[in-house]
Design a protein around this ligand. Sequence first.
Ligand code: PA5
Length: 444
Amino acid sequence: MKLNISKASQFLAAGTVESYEAQVNEAQKALENGTCLGNDFLGWLHLPSSITPEFIAEINATAKVLQENCEAVVVAGIGGSYLGARMVIDALSNSFGWLKPSNMPRILFAGNNIGEDYLSELIDYLKGVKFGVINISKSGTTTETAITFRLLKKLCEDTRGKEEAKKVIVAVTDAKKGAARTTADKEGYKSFIIPDNVGGRFSVLTPVGLLPIAVAGYDIAALVKGAQDMEKATDIKVPFAENPSAQYAAVRNALYQNGKKIEILVNYQPKLHNLNEWWKQLYGESEGKDGKGIFPAAVDFTTDLHSMGQWIQDGERTIFETVVSIEKPNTKLEVPSDAENLDGLNFLAGKRIDEVNKMAELGTKLAHVDGGVPNMQVSIEKLDEYNIGQLIYFFEKACGISGIILGVNPFNQPGVEAYKKNMFALLNKPGYEKESAAIQEKLK
Ligand code: PA5
């Protein structure tokens, strides 16, 4: 993985990036020594290097049981208990693989919304399918996931019988607390633990992400190896100028202090759409607090050049871009020649589609920089498990450093509770009587 900051630092006064070295080093030390805010959630910091081959083998063994017994596996989870697995699976999957017959289970995602139509349509589809469930919730009480799991558990038991269902329902949750743990223990489901000290958005390299990714057939050992190598590349001992996470954290904080309040993550590969979603959660939940924080936005190019492109080129100059660039596609396709050339495209004949995409990428970068948009580029060689593992840890480490520099606790999410409190009050959840009365007053 490479980071290029040259087209961002040109927007900053000379020496600005370097001036962050001391702050970044302090932030790194605070992470290492566990002296930063949120220091009870630092389990992600050396997570990659703590993963053993035995642990990977245990996850792969459970994945195999699901693969052998299921045509579909529903991954139920939301936020940090959803986005990491989705991001990796989408990035590695054939875009049209779900339309082809396969002997691998189809991976479906639910528990991340409360859409009645979505859930009805899912249940309807699953009625004819041998399916299993991975129920992922650290708290074990998240409403979206809990409602979905209740529906799926019932359907699975109704169709397979209670005993058979137990073989294909797996829980990923807290070691001791929460309804998901209680149910898993009582029913005797295979379960994996989400470590106490790893928050949802930093949990993709725990069974939260690793199990669904393994069930989808991907090499989780290679994913972890990529993250391990990035853990070394961003270690506290690596000099500031050579540490990509340190540099990224410094540049984005410098840009923020210079009025660039919005960061747009950009990709040029449709498969990376959910990298956007994972990254938005990682940075949004970590930094958006205490009235501060870069707003993390994201676009899929070239698609969104035909919608958001105008704003980015020409709107309020409060933005900067971080482009995730894939150096080589995994396949080969050229623009064909056409004798009649009715579409005038013969100037491209024989060129790889990726060459056209790369010229779109370069042309856009230059246009946006000319238009006053600082640009950083994160490049990986290709879309595979190893490179995605690197990307994951690079962004996580940078997020921890960046949040500390910003002066917030990057590892809590108190703001997420506000909607839950109102929703429970409106639904008359036992224990919310006072809140229910107060909210009814407000609605008068
Ligand atoms: O990052 C977070 O902590 C959140 O996004 C959680 O992952 C999300 O709310 C789901 O929580 P839980 O895993 O407890 O169901």
